[in-house]
Design a protein around this ligand. Structure first.
Ligand code: KG4
Ligand code: ZN
Length: 350
């Protein structure tokens, strides 16, 4: 059975096709993505209206390319991200998906974007057991407890302000390094020393004991980098951009992995899944590997192409749900910008 997934919650227009066999194993048959990232560059972050228009323009070509790649005329089911994400962007993808499903006479499944990020861990031939997922991108920063792919997840922690990738993009902008910030800061950090002690948000003893044990805050870190640069300028000192990048990166990787390790310890989960665009970060990967090894936890990082937003992840979560006998959502299914992680699939109305 062939399941097609459409992703459009942020700035990537993705169409992926997976083939599901009777045992629940999935093979990737097509993976096409168009990104509007460059159109947002001069604004330093994703502009929702530009993203929506870009999805609308890219959708027919990306769909055509995916069908050609899989060598098929139509799939057996169509799925789309119906939340969480940007309102206009979600509407374009979900409306397109429903139109294709209606035209082809196949069922439509409206799925949760975050469930998709977790579902890619099942594409490597291994089932994902009870685990902690650390999802970090320009749009999300979450610690989720996962029982299995396609099952409701529990959000243990999230950011109270900026997403981790957003913090990279904002710091990059204030250092004059352009957008997106992650790759350039990662590169410069490798040439510097993490010798500036920037703050780790929500990491005081009382935070770790209280309701924000697994939550993040990156706005103080961003402000701290800005103050450091301003102070040096005022005093006429030359700063090392490489050292600032390395120190900022250390603070981000430290707090992300520290809190994920707490969640692993507290839940007893033995697998950590790392996903989202920031999963490309070299320091985050090495620190996660080091801390997981020390705690006897298996670290799973899907191939980078599947860590960032794509259509395959949406097809994968829908295929898993179909394998378990889930009902289609139906064409009356709406979008929800704040869809909760407890909802892997939006159920039929009525
Ligand atoms: O998942 P993604 O492609 O798009 C969404 O935000 O949904 O993630 C993009 C984010 C950007 O904020 C970018 O700066 C960050 O991922 N990123 C990185 C790295 N590569 C991309 N952050 C840190 N280190 C990297 N190497
Ligand atoms: Zn995402």
């Amino acid at each position: 059975m062939l399941v097609l997934g459409i992703e459009s919650s942020c700035d990537e227009t993705g169409v992926g096709i997976v083939e599901l066999d009777g045992d629940g194993y999935m093979d990737i048959r097509a993976d096409q993505v168009a990104s509007s990232m460059q159109q947002h560059a001069r604004f330093g972050g994703v502009v929702p209206e530009i993203a929506s228009r870009a999805h609308l323009e890219a959708m027919p070509q990306v769909m055509r390319a995916a069908l050609d790649e899989a060598g098929i005329d139509k799939p057996d089911a169509v799925a789309a991200t119906v939340g969480p994400g940007l309102a206009g962007a979600l509407l374009v993808g979900a409306s397109a998906a429903k139109a294709y499903a209606a035209a082809w006479g196949v069922p439509f499944y409206g799925v949760n974007h975050l469930g998709g990020h977790v579902a890619v861990a099942n594409l490597q031939g291994q089932k994902l057991p009870h685990s902690i997922a650390l999802l970090v991108s320009g749009g999300h920063t979450q610690i989720l407890e996962v029982d299995a792919v396609g099952k409701p997840m529990r959000e243990l922690g999230t950011t109270l302000d900026d997403a981790a990738g957003e913090a990279y993009d904002k710091v990059s902008r204030l250092l004059g390094l352009g957008y997106p910030g992650g790759p350039v800061i990662d590169k410069l950090a490798a040439q510097g020393e993490a010798n500036i002690n920037f703050p780790r948000g929500l990491s005081r003893a009382e935070d770790l004991r209280g309701e924000h044990r697994y939550d993040f805050s990156f706005s103080g870190l961003k402000t701290s980098v800005a103050r450091y640069v301003e102070k040096a300028e005022r005093e006429g000192r030359v700063v090392s951009v490489e050292d600032i990048c390395a120190s900022f990166q250390e603070a981000v990787a430290d707090v992300l992995t520290h809190k994920a390790m707490l969640a692993l310890e507290d839940t007893g989960a033995k697998v950590m899944l790392l996903g989202g665009g920031v999963a490309a970060n070299s320091r985050l990967r090495s620190l996660a590997a080091q801390r997981c090894a020390a705690a006897g936890v298996e670290l799973r990082v899907p191939p980078f192409r599947l860590c960032t937003d794509n259509g395959v992840m949406i097809a994968a979560v829908a295929a898993q749900l179909i394998h378990e006998g889930a009902q289609p959502s139906g064409l009356a299914c709406g979008t929800d910008t704040a869809l909760e992680v407890e909802t892997p699939l939006v159920l039929p109305v009525g």
